[in-house]
Design a protein. Sequence first.
Length: 162
Amino acid sequence: MVRTVADVAARARLALVLTLLGVASLLAAASLDPTATAQTVVVMTALSAATTLEVAAAATGPGRVDYLGIGVLRATATKADAPPPLGLAGFAELVAGSDLPAVAIGGILPADMHSLRRAGAAGAAIVSGICAALDPEEAARGYADAWAGGSSTNPDDGPPTL
């Protein structure tokens, strides 16, 4: 496959954003790392959940579920058929109903990150807040800083991880 300089630059920026958000293990699966081998690909299974019944299905359904994607936190234009917004209280209730790690998704703002973490989120999936930003790298850093509490200057603390 022939790639233009713009394509390579865009993929590099996306790889940086994903790395900042702690999802570097997904780079190979997303074919962003041309040196990746099959041994480096990590496959995780998620179940989207917006109700207590969907959370319960993760524990009782067939197959293995590694984590829950819980949302939407608030209305989002990213997914036209999104379920009604849960809000922070609804998110926290669903997190409490499962032993699986929960990743918040849907209409998340940097100001939500600390509260989501306190509510039990293992992470947050951000789409529009980064992809629609004028400076996606800066937006990703803002989310990562907010997740860390906004006060961490220790590079060893690293980005949020799942």
